[in-house]
Ligand binder design. Sequence first.
Ligand code: G6P
Length: 375
Amino acid sequence: VAADLGPYRHYMQKEIFEQPRAIADTLEGVAAIVPELFDGHDDQGNTTVSAWRVFDQIDNVLILACGTSYYSGCTAKYWLESIAKIPTQVEIASEYRYRDSVPNPNTLVVTISQSGETADTLAALRHAQGLGMRHTLTICNVATSAMVRECQLAYVTRAGVEIGVASTKAFTTQLAGLYLLAMVLGQMRGHVSADEANVQLNAMRHLPAALQAVLALEPQIITWAEQFASKENALFLGRGRHYPVAQEGALKLKEITYIHAEAYAAGELKHGPLALVTSAMPVVTVAPNDELLEKLKSNMQEVRARGGELYVLADAGTQIESEPGVHVIRMPEHYGKLSPILHVVPLQLLAYHTAVARGTDVDKPRNLAKSVTVE
Ligand code: G6P
């Protein structure tokens, strides 16, 4: 077992570092951003359902997932609405399956799952089908899973086997698949030109190199982790498409370090969590150089004014500098709409190294299972 860990101490660390390869594999064979990428296939690999035909009949998207896969769905909502201009809802599978909802036959139901076997997500899919929603797509990491069998359409990510209970490479490859989906629907709906789709595909092809540059920040993250190891609470802030990234960062920290962590949309700080901020509360802030930067900077000011310690992942060009109470790690470049794929990586590393410093069982955290196949 130790042999296949190579230079890594745990599977989670290995899987974090496999992300450039996982994204490259997931994009292999994507010659162009076209609906056929999402076609349904039988066991022999023959096309059974044309994604083009399905996508042509839908006017909204409903994403169903659990855990980390739910947060990739939350990120995708921002992409689907801004790029494809298609109304999108994201729902926790265990909630959706038991609540009264208003079915719409023109909905594309999208399940997201690493394993393809999560009981709640499968049940939510079957619930939607039972309500008459027939257009179904899964973004899934296991080609032979129940999820792929039961959905009309599939995009199979190629993260490879994920062993660490805390999901890492499955998340970023799901995001790659979901970005392609937004681009495909954007083109079909006339909001994305073929040229623009090509530009975006090139940007995606550069992701493995961009991820390498982010992974090289590991020594700086380790210094943060040494400070986090003695904390009992942490707050994560993000805005827009980086709010789900903050949520995923908080989830990672909870899962493997047992530090209580909560994520907030930064603009919501003043409606509650600001009351918790003291010098004992580290506040991790995801600070991409995007249209919300100035808003985010004033949220950071609100934290500083209460003596909170800021740990900021700041893109190049944000002019956020380290000072007493403000710890900045500079992200190598701003990556536009794809930026969530880069910004989550230091948060994975922060959780990982904090767990190592605390001596917890990183790959098998207490009370948690890799795949929850019973309710
Ligand atoms: C469990 C795992 C998580 C995962 C979630 C959903 O809670 O510990 O890492 O995100 O299940 O799993 P899925 O296989 O459906 O993505």
